[in-house]
Design a protein around this ligand. Structure first.
Ligand SMILES: Cc1ncc(COP(=O)(O)O)c(C=O)c1O
Length: 476
C-alpha cells in the first residue's frame, strides 16, 4: 500500500474543518496580533532538523505549524504593515488556494478549465488597461519574472529567431529605464544575457518621472556608438516613491526609434480600476507589454504576477519549443494550444488563476478600485500631516500610495524603523530618496484605516522626541 490518502477520512475532515476555523479566526483577529515578531533562536534552530523518515500524526504536525510557523510570518496581512509593497491578501483568495490545492491542476498546458480561467483573467487584465482584446499573457510568480519575460520578447523582436538557437552573438543591445526603476529590471537584463550595464538609467525630474530629453539623447549616443537600442521600460508606480513616468511620452520616443515599449506597472496597474487615478496611467494602453501583480494592490494572496503582450504571436515565437513529449494535438486533453508553457519560462504551473478569478468575481473590480482610492487618499493624508509637522520632512511627492519622509533631527531612521518592527506595532520600511534616509510607508492593505495612519505618525513622533533629547544630552 503506497497511497498517501488517509485510512480514516473522517479524522482528516474534522482536522481540516478545525484548520479552516482557525485560519478564519486568524484573519478575523489580525488586529489583536503583533504585526511581525522575530523568531526565537530555538524555533529557528528547529528548522535545521534532518528530513523526517518516519510519520508524525497530522494533528501534531498542525500543532507545530500553529506553534512554530503561524506566529512568525511576514505580517503583511496586518493593517499596520506598511513595508515594501506587500499586498494584504483576502479571505476569498485564501479559500481559493484551498480549492486550487484540492484540484491540484497543472496549468502548464493541455485542454482543461484551469487554462480557460487563466485566459479569462488575462482578458480581464487587458481590458482593465485598455489593451486590445488580442493581447496575450501568462500568469507568473511576480513582476520580477514578468519584466524578464518582457525583456526576452523585446530581445526576440530586436534579434529575430536566431537569438533562441545561436545566442546573442555580436550586437550590443541597450535598454532604457528611469533611475528609480526596480532592481529586477537590471536583473532581467542580466538573466537575458544582455548585462546590467546595457540598461541605461535615465535621471528623473522632481516628480520622479524619466527625463525624456535625456532619454532621447542617450538613445542617439548609443546609436552613434553602433549599439542597438531595443527597449524602453516605463515605470507606473516606482518602488521607492510611487512615481509614474510619462507613458504617452515614452511611447512617442519608442516609436521614433522603433523600440519595444514595456511598462513595469507592478502595483501601479491597479490604479486603472479607479476612475480618479486612472488618468495617471495614460499611455499604458499603447505599451507592447505590461508587467504587473495581482498580489499587491489587487489583494490576491501570493503569488500572482502577470505579463501582457500586445503582439500575441511574438510572445509565442519567443518561448515556444517543439518537443515530442509536449506536442499539442487538435483534440483530447492535449488540445487547447497555445499552452501557457509556450508563453513563458515555466512548464509546471499551479492554478494561480483561480484565486484571481474568485477575488475579482466575489468583490468586483469597482471594490478593488475603491481600495486603490482609499489607500491613495490615506497616503495623501499622511503626506499632508508630515508637511505640517516641522520635525518631519516629506522627501518625495505623493503620487499614489507611497509616502517617504525623513526626520529633521539626527535620529537614525534605520534604528527607528527596526525598533518599530521588533516591537510588533508597525512595519514600515526604509529607503533613500536623493541620498537621504527615509521612512517609507507603502499603504497597500485594504484593512488599513485612517486611525492606523494617525497611530503610526504618533508612534514615530514619540520615538523622535526622546532620541532628540538623548542626542542633545550626549553633545553637552
Ligand atoms: C515597480 C516594481 N517592479 C517590480 C517589482 C517586483 O515585483 P515582484 O516582487 O512581484 O517580483 C516590484 C515589487 O515591489 C515593484 O514595486
Amino acid at each position: 500500500m503506497s497511497s498517501l490518502d488517509p485510512s480514516d477520512w473522517a479524522s482528516l475532515r474534522a482536522l481540516g474543518h478545525q484548520m479552516m476555523d482557525d485560519m478564519i479566526d486568524h484573519l478575523a483577529g489580525l488586529r489583536d496580533r503583533p504585526v511581525w515578531q522575530p523568531m526565537p533562536a530555538a524555533i529557528r534552530a528547529g528548522f535545521q532538523a534532518p528530513m523526517p523518515q518516519e510519520p508524525t500524526p497530522l494533528a501534531a504536525v498542525y500543532e507545530a505549524f500553529k506553534r512554530d510557523i503561524q506566529p512568525y510570518v511576514t505580517g503583511n496581512t496586518h493593517p499596520r504593515f506598511f513595508g515594501w509593497v506587500h499586498g494584504g491578501g483576502n479571505a476569498v483568495s485564501m479559500l481559493a488556494e484551498f480549492l486550487a490545492g484540492a484540484m491540484n491542476a497543472n496549468c502548464g498546458g493541455r485542454d482543461h478549465v484551469g487554462i480557460a480561467v487563466e485566459r479569462q483573467v488575462i482578458a480581464w487584465s487587458a481590458e482593465m488597461l485598455g489593451m486590445p482584446a488580442s493581447t496575450r499573457g501568462v500568469l507568473l510568480t511576480g513582476s520580477s519574472m514578468a519584466n524578464f519575460v518582457a525583456v526576452l520578447c523585446a530581445r526576440y523582436k530586436a534579434l529575430g529567431p536566431e537569438v533562441r538557437t545561436l545566442g546573442l552573438g555580436g550586437p550590443e543591445l541597450t535598454a532604457y529605464a528611469a533611475a528609480g526603476a526596480h532592481r529586477c529590471v537590471g536583473g532581467a537584463m542580466d538573466m537575458a544575457g544582455l548585462g546590467k550595464d546595457a540598461l541605461r538609467l535615465i535621471p528623473v525630474d522632481a516628480e520622479g518621472k524619466m527625463d525624456l530629453r535625456v532619454l532621447a539623447a542617450a538613445i542617439e549616443a548609443d546609436k552613434a556608438a553602433a549599439r542597438i537600442p531595443f527597449l524602453i521600460i516605463g515605470t507606473a508606480g516606482s518602488v521607492d516613491t510611487g512615481a509614474v513616468d510619462d507613458l504617452a511620452g515614452l511611447r512617442a520616443v519608442a516609436d521614433s526609434h522603433w523600440l519595444w515599449f514595456h511598462v513595469d506597472a507592478a502595483f501601479g496597474a491597479l490604479a486603472a480600476l479607479s476612475p480618479k487615478f486612472k488618468p495617471l496611467l495614460a499611455g499604458i494602453e499603447t505599451a507592447d507589454s505590461v508587467a504587473f501583480d495581482f498580489h499587491k494592490w489587487a489583494q490576491v494572496t501570493y503569488d500572482a504576477g502577470c505579463i501582457l503582450v500586445r503582439d500575441s504571436d511574438l510572445q509565442l515565437a519567443a518561448f515556444t519549443q517543439a518537443t515530442n513529449y509536449l506536442a499539442a494535438s487538435p483534440r483530447g486533453l492535449a488540445g487547447g494550444a497555445p499552452w501557457a508553457c509556450d508563453l513563458g519560462p515555466d512548464l509546471s504551473r499551479g492554478f494561480r488563476a483561480l484565486k484571481i478569478w474568485m477575488t475579482l468575481s466575489a468583490y468586483g473590480a469597482a471594490a478593488l478600485g475603491g481600495v486603490v482610492e482609499t489607500t491613495c487618499e490615506l497616503a495623501q493624508y499622511l503626506g499632508q500631516r508630515v508637511q505640517e509637522d516641522e520635525r518631519l520632512e516629506l522627501l518625495a511627492p505623493v503620487t499614489l500610495n507611497i509616502v517617504c519622509f525623513g526626520v529633521r533631527s539626527g535620529v537614525d531612521v534605520e534604528e527607528l524603523v527596526a525598533d518599530m518592527q521588533e516591537e510588533g506595532k508597525f512595519a514600515p520600511s526604509t529607503t533613500k530618496v536623493n541620498g537621504r534616509p527615509a521612512i517609507r510607508v507603502a499603504i497597500v492593505n485594504h484593512r488599513t484605516e485612517q486611525a492606523d495612519i494617525d497611530a503610526l505618525l504618533a508612534d514615530v513622533l514619540a520615538r523622535i522626541e526622546p532620541r532628540q533629547a538623548a542626542s542633545f544630552d550626549a553633545s553637552h
